[in-house]
Design a protein around this ligand. Sequence first.
Ligand code: ADP
Ligand code: MG
Length: 412
Amino acid sequence: MTRDALLDQLHTTFGFSAFRGVQEQVLARVMAGQSTLAIMPTGAGKSLTYQLPAVMLAGTCVVVSPLIALMHDQLRAATANGIRAATLTSADMDRAETIERFRAGTLDLLYVAPERASQPHFRELLTTAPLSLFAIDEAHCVSEWGHDFRPDYRLLRPLMDAFPDVPRLALTATADRHTRADVLTQLGIGEDGLIVAGFDRPNIRYAIRHRDSLLQQLKTLLAEQPGPGIVYAPTRKKVEELAEKLSAATGRPVLPYHAGLDPQVRSANQAAFVASEDMVMVATVAFGMGIDKPDVRFVAHAGIPKSIEGYYQETGRAGRDGDPAVALMLWAAEDFARARHRLAEVEEHRQAGERTRLDALAALVETGACRRAVLLRHFGEDPPQTCGNCDNCLDAPGIVDVTELARKLLSA
Ligand code: ADP
Ligand code: MG
C-alpha cells in the first residue's frame, strides 16, 4: 500500500489533505497488519487511524468503545463521510439488520461495547465474515492502573485471541508508563507496537502556586488574561460561590457550570461561553469534554485536579489555536490531605493505582524543576532540559540573571 493511495483515500473519504502528527506512522503499521498501541492526545485524530484502514482493507473493522453515546456520535460522523458503519448495542433496534449487513460483508465498521465480547453469539458471528482489524478505543480502560478501569475490557483478549490473524489497534489519550505496559500485556500487543505522539503544548505556560488567597489570586489572573477562560473548582457549591464572587469582584462576564444545574441552563451557559471572547466559566470537571473552543486563554484550577492525566486534559483545553495561554493551579496542603483521606473509600484493588496517581501529582506540584519536563516524562516523552515557559523555568535565578544581564548589555 503506497503513501499516495493512503493520501488519496484520506482526501476522498475525509476531505483532508495531510496526515497529522503520528497518524501516518500508525496507519503504516495497521495497513501492514501489525498490532499497535497508539497514545495520542485528545483531538489528535485517533478515529481516523482505524477508519481509514477500515475503508481500505477487505473485511470489517470491529471497534470497541466504552460508551453507547460515544459510539453513536462516531457512527453519525462516519456515516456522514460515506463510511459503511453500524453499532451493535442493546440500544439499537436494527440489530438484525446490522447482523445481516455484517454477514454480507458490507460493513466497514462495526461498533460494539466491550461486554459483547463475552457473548458466544458474538464470537460466532465474527466467524461468519472476514475481519480487517480490531480497534480498541479508550484502551486504558483495560488496565487497573488506568484512571477508568472497565472490567469488561478484559474480555477482549480472549475474543481477539480467537482471531489470531486479525491485527489489533489500541488507542488512548492517557496512559502513563505503567498503564501503557499493562495495556500492551492485557491486549496482547508487542512492545515494539507502541507509538506515542508528542504531548508537548509549548504555547501553554504552566504555573502552580500555593493558594494563599484564592479570590485575590484569581482576580490577578483575570486582570492579566483578557480572553475567555475556565476556572475549575472542586465542588458544585464552590463553583456557585466563586462564580458569584468573581463576577462581583472583576466585572467580567462569569457563568457557572456543573452537573447539578438545570440541563437548559447548562447548555445555555456552555453556548454563551463558546460564543464569547471574554467570558470566564467557573466549572466542575463536568465541563469541557467535547467542547471545541480554540481561543481559551487560560485554565485555572482552584484546588488540585484528580491526577496528572486530568491536569493535562483540563489544561489542554487552553490555547488550542496555538496562541499563548496560561494554566494556573492553586493548591493547598488540605487538598492533598482530603484526597488521601478519600483513598480509603476507593475499592481496595484500585487503591495502589490511585495512590501512585496522587503521588505523581504531588511530585508535579512540589518540584522546583521544569513543570513541562515532569509532565512530559510522565507521559514517557523525553523533555527539553528546560522549557522556558513554566513558572519554575521563568523564576529560576539562572534564567532571570541571564535575561537581566542581556538587558543591561544591550542597553549599555
Ligand atoms: P481523538 O479521538 O484523538 O480525540 P478525533 O478522532 O475525534 O480525535 O479527531 C479530532 C478532530 O480532528 C476531528 O474533527 C477530525 O475530523 C479531525 N482530524 C483528524 N485527522 C485529521 C487530519 N489529518 N487533518 C485534519 N483534521 C483531522
Ligand atoms: Mg476519540
